[in-house]
Design a protein around this ligand. Structure first.
Ligand code: NAD
Length: 373
């Protein structure tokens, strides 16, 4: 069986599997073909892939010959139509939010897996690319904020006077938010955090941050640990509380998302205008509508001396470790579908079923079936 590793599009610096992961794959009695320069932007040269035992081929050869194609960003429809019959395609296709691509895979009778569909269960944790990439994003968001802030993060008592610690407000304490808290704390900031899920409170406190309470949040035990949409009354109460905290903050990092919905707006324009000049807002939800009223995807906007950064694919700004983590998630998943050097798709396994967009054109993941109905 040939496993093909694709080079990602121009704006993506990660690669799905680094040479170290190729070594593991080869021990499973498969061949690995890597597209020329696939790892270059993650500092993994073709030479390193060859030393690990892979063959370097052109994109065309890989698309036409591979039995299993592995990437991160989706490939084009014309490339999908040219795949070898029975080939399996894997990537992070955003299958639930990209009905055109999902519909095309089904129409063309393809078999495809989309890594963001990996169920968020304990057994699937080691395959969960959303969590590993959120770890990178939360960490990098703090470094980005520290870089833009015209102040120190830690407290200093020096002969040139005393410096008070920076005050960071984190909105949304999921995987990215918790990493942002931990990183801000390591840099010496005083950290406050807020989430609609009460379960997040304990985690926030255990990282040494203070929890901002807003009573009356709606929770749903059936939502798999995710947040659900809140009432207009609650959202207004929440915005007022955030407004009060924002006046004292130097940095706000927003991470609040609701799966499949527009991100909730938590920081109003009046709040930005009332913040201290020099403050920084990093909006990690900018591409799904934004948590800040003034953020623009992939842009930095300045209002009254407050910079608002609408972050895009932040994981790609740290391609070495992001690719390493992505590759480890992939290897853990591939262990479930490769047996004796061949593909073995066991649809009795909830992780395999949950991640599979379609098999020979039949929708498989319950979430995709629901989306199609
Ligand atoms: P996410 O990216 O969907 O959202 C980020 C955070 O924003 C969440 O904590 C959410 O509660 C919060 N949020 C949503 N609306 C908000 C609002 N109006 N105000 C404030 N905060 C709001 O979430 P995520 O980081 O992917 O993780 C969400 C949950 O899934 C967590 O409970 C996490 O522990 C759980 N999880 C479980 C696994 C696993 O078991 N394998 C893996 C990853 C995450």
């Amino acid at each position: 069986m040939i496993i093909g590793i694709l080079k990602e599009p121009q704006d993506e610096s990660r690669v799905a599997l680094l040479p170290e992961a190729v070594k593991t794959l080869l021990s499973w009695k498969v061949s690995v073909w890597v597209e020329t320069n696939a790892g270059a932007r993650a500092y993994a040269s073709d030479e390193l892939y060859k030393e690990a035992g892979a063959e370097i081929h052109s994109r065309q050869e890989i698309l036409m010959q591979s039995d299993l194609l592995i990437g991160i960003q989706p490939i084009t429809q014309s490339e999908i139509s040219g795949l070898k019959s029975g080939a399996v395609l894997m990537g992070q296709m955003g299958a639930l939010f990209n009905p055109e691509l999902t519909g095309y895979l089904i129409k063309e009778k393809k078999t495809a897996f989309s890594m963001e569909l990996v169920p968020r269960t304990t057994r699937a944790q080691s395959m969960d690319v959303l969590s590993s990439m959120a770890t990178v994003t939360g960490y990098k968001a703090v470094l980005m904020a520290a870089n833009l802030l015209p102040r120190f993060f830690p407290m200093f008592m020096t002969a040139a006077g005393s410096i008070t610690p920076a005050r960071v407000l984190i909105l949304g304490a999921g995987v990215a938010g918790l990493q942002a808290i931990a990183t801000s704390r390591r840099l010496g900031a005083s950290v406050f955090a807020f989430d609609v899920r009460q379960a997040a409170k304990e985690e926030v406190l255990s990282l040494g941050a203070k929890f901002v309470d807003v009573e009356g949040a709606k929770e749903d035990k059936g939502a798999g640990g995710y947040a659900v949409e809140q009432s207009a009354e609650y959202l207004q109460k929440q915005k007022d509380t955030i407004h009060e905290h924002a006046l004292k903050a130097d940095i706000i990092i927003t991470t609040a998302q609701i799966p499949g919905r527009k991100a909730p707006q938590l920081v109003e324009e009046r709040t930005v205008r009332a913040m201290k000049p020099g403050s920084v807002i990093i909006d990690l939800a900018a591409s799904s509508g934004g948590n800040c009223a003034l953020s623009q995807p992939e842009q930095t906007v300045e209002v009254n001396g407050v910079r608002i950064v609408g972050v895009g694919n932040l994981a790609a700004s740290m391609p070495q470790d992001a690719s390493k983590m992505y590759g480890k998630n992939y290897l853990n998943f591939l262990k479930l579908i490769i047996k004796d050097g061949n593909l073995n798709l066991n649809f009795e396994d909830d992780i395999v079923t949950g991640t599979c967009v379609c098999h020979a054109g039949n929708p498989i993941s319950p979430r995709i079936i629901q989306m199609q109905s």
